[in-house]
Design a protein around this ligand. Sequence first.
Ligand code: SF4
Length: 268
Amino acid sequence: MTKSMDGVVFDIKRYAVHDGPGIRTTIFLKGCPLRCLWCHNPESFSPEIETYARINRLGEKEVSENVFIGKDYTSEHLLRELAKDQLFFDESGGGVTFSGGEPLLQIDFLEDMLRACKRMDFHTVVDTSGFAPLENVKRIMEFTDLFLFDVKHMNQAEHMKLTGVSNKQILDNLKFLLQNEKALIIRYPMIPGYNDSQENISQLLDFLKGFSWKPEINILPYHRIGRDKYNRFNKENRMPAISSLKPEDTDWVKDQFVQAGYKVCIGG
Ligand code: SF4
């Protein structure tokens, strides 16, 4: 590593098994330009380090403590943390996943970390909303073994309503990765009543039919886990209290992708 970069990380999850192959360490980079209604990580929205008041109970007394959300890391420091997990990566065929927030928002830090991970021979995954300039996707492509790429809605106006941003750049980036036959898994968060219309599923299938490269599809059934974070971190929760989906509720979507020749998994 030449000059060490700085990045803001809001969580590090060790022994992760749903963020790519094998046992992984997932680095959650802070900051996201989207505001998905159903987001489970509202503490990731701001790119800045924030604080919140945590109430601790000491006997009969309640004591408020200021807790930081996010921490500055240099790429050297973070790499040293990752090196501690090398044995698990080697034994399980795992590696490092960069998630968020939107990891491409901290593109200099992300690129630096990915390059460093490849020098260590770690398998690398980037879990992205796809909302980033194409230039940024190109910068990390060579050092990213696998993309986990969200597709939330195919209709531009609906996408805007649900996430606050257009899907144009996202679909352009996805097209670029598919045309270049990059290893990628499409993740479709299935939110009942919001993006689970037959029309949306058909549009995604039509879009994918335009490419000979067939990515794996992961359907992520909506769940309510994480809703309490909005209160805890003092963020506005705009998502109505709808029920979680059971894995079998997604079967009718899974069947259509399987029939079209895609490998499909429920969950990540
Ligand atoms: S892209 Fe991910 S982190 Fe960002 S708001 Fe949407 S669900 Fe949350």
